[in-house]
Write a protein that binds this ligand. Structure first.
Ligand SMILES: Nc1ncnc2c1ncn2[C@@H]1O[C@H](COP(=O)(O)OP(=O)(O)OP(=O)(O)O)[C@@H](O)[C@H]1O
Length: 456
């Protein structure tokens, strides 16, 4: 192939994939051979080979073919530490080398990002009060414009949509800004890649790779807390990218300041951008998510017969997290399609009994003691202490009564939590309250109020 032909192919490829992509991924390739309809290229590292093959292989083939070459297939090889000499390359190295390829040696650490879940898009993300800020910030980053806050730090409890939002950003950037190199991975993967690079003495490649991305997204960053050298490397990567104005998105299960064993300088760096939390879901958001999932199911599998109020019932009863909510719905649909019946409330309760039981709020004896002590304005220590005067003994008996009725604890267990009292003393206290509540309206009101407070 002549320089002219390559010049033509080069221009076409730049137009097709963008200058940035061309310089980073295509220019470093070396054409070793074009024979029998097969064009063979050599890439400096395995990572680059895989990336180019996946993203630009077809572009390269098509542009070579357009320039008049007979090319049915393009193959990519990795140049090993001691490349096998290829005669043709040796004969005409200057011609076959793609112009101005930067010198690269050895094989770079294999550093592809984690795969993205195709279902985690902005379209499938339901927005409500608890997550609207996080969603808006994620949307802003996904536009790929100038960096306004760096990093974006998303945090929240288990299963509240952190990963979903990060994948959505990556999907959006890949379509809207294909010229940007977006790398998404978990903090755990970051650590393993780092250890691998250390072991294989490829730390420079590791650094180069991470510093070459335009948008870096690291999920579950709390994982690197307490892992000193990984933290150190993460800190340097982080700084290098921020210095170049490259966008960073981080997620964690808690706010930066609350991650134990995370170096202070990292905490303060993480707090420099925009820190937003995903709050626990509320009823409206849960219902919205369930409605969206039910619609998606109908769109995929056709009709689904469901009695009124089922989704409302689930949104009301399953308050743990979205993952559990989704799991419940999936099981319900599978069950309904197996038995071929309409989903009724009975069927839902039956089929989801374990999930419903597990998401019932568990009230502890300590909570009961605290609430009752607060209500009657006595000290918590008096709940378990020996004082016998009525102003203390009565609230203590009320707490015993509630402990028996609102938890599954046995009398001896309750006795232990009340300063090691015997179960007969507990029994006596409970009986006393049962007796009194029929005649003492104030006491019965207090009991209902305390129940409500504890259940809320
Ligand atoms: N607002 C939402 N709209 C639609 N689906 C949601 C929403 N929030 C969470 N989900 C779904 O709930 C599941 C759990 O979400 P995700 O994996 O993003 O949680 P996470 O916050 O990253 O949790 P973890 O801390 O366990 O990693 C996913 O299937 C996700 O699609």
């Amino acid at each position: 192939m002549t320089n002219d032909t390559w010049g033509q192919v080069r221009d076409g490829l730049i137009k097709a994939v963008g200058q940035n992509n061309f310089v980073t991924w295509i220019e470093p390739l070396r054409l070793i051979d074009l024979d029998g309809g097969i064009a063979r290229f050599e890439a400096p590292t395995k990572f680059m080979r895989d990336w180019v093959m996946r993203h630009f292989g077809e572009h390269i083939r098509a542009h070579l073919a357009q320039s008049g070459q007979t090319v049915d297939r393009v193959e990519f090889l990795v140049s090993g530490p001691r490349p096998v000499p290829i005669a043709r390359v040796a004969e005409a190295p200057a011609r076959n080398r793609l112009p101005s390829a930067p010198p690269r040696t050895g094989e770079e650490a294999d550093l592809p990002g984690a795969p993205l879940d195709p279902r985690f898009t902005f379209d499938s993300f339901v927005v409500g009060k608890p997550n609207e800020l996080a969603h808006a910030a994620a949307r802003r980053v996904a536009e790929g414009g100038t960096t306004t806050f760096n990093p974006l730090f998303l945090y929240g409890g288990v299963g509240l949509g952190k990963t979903h939002l990060m994948h959505a950003i990556a999907h959006e950037l890949r379509t809207g800004r294909p010229d940007l190199r977006v790398l998404y991975l978990s903090a755990e993967q970051f650590m393993y890649r780092f250890i691998q690079a250390l072991r294989e003495k490829q730390i420079m490649d590791f650094k180069e790779m991470f510093r070459a991305v335009d948008v870096l997204m690291v999920d579950d960053v709390q994982f690197i807390a307490g892992k000193d050298s990984t933290q150190e490397e993460f800190f340097h990567t982080f700084n290098a990218l921020v210095d170049q104005n490259k966008q960073i998105v981080i997620s964690a299960d808690r706010a930066p300041g609350e991650i134990k064993d995370l170096e202070e300088r990292i905490k303060s760096r993480l707090q420099c951008g925009l820190v937003v939390d995903l709050h626990p879901t509320d009823y409206e958001l849960r219902l919205g998510i369930l409605q969206q999932k039910a619609e998606a199911y109908r769109a995929r599998h056709g009709g689904l017969e469901m009695a009124d109020g089922i989704l409302e019932f689930l949104a009301h009863r399953i308050t743990t997290n979205v993952r559990v909510l989704e799991g419940a719905l999936t099981r319900l649909f599978a069950f309904a399609s197996l038995v071929g019946r309409e989903i009724t409330l009975d069927l839902a309760q039956d089929c989801l009994a374990d999930i419903l039981r597990a998401s019932e709020r568990k009230i502890t004896i300590e909570e009961i003691q605290r609430k009752v002590a607060e209500h009657y304005n006595i000290r918590l220590s008096d709940m378990i202490g020996p004082k016998r005067m009525r102003t203390i003994a009565r609230p203590r008996q009320i707490a015993m009564y509630l402990a028996k009725n609102m938890t599954t604890r046995s009398l001896p267990e309750i006795g232990r939590r009340f300063g090691g009292r015997d179960h007969t003393t507990i029994m006596h206290g409970i009986r006393k309250i049962e007796e009194l509540k029929g005649s003492d309206s104030q006491l019965s009101e207090d009991l209902s109020l305390l129940r409500r407070l504890l259940e809320s």
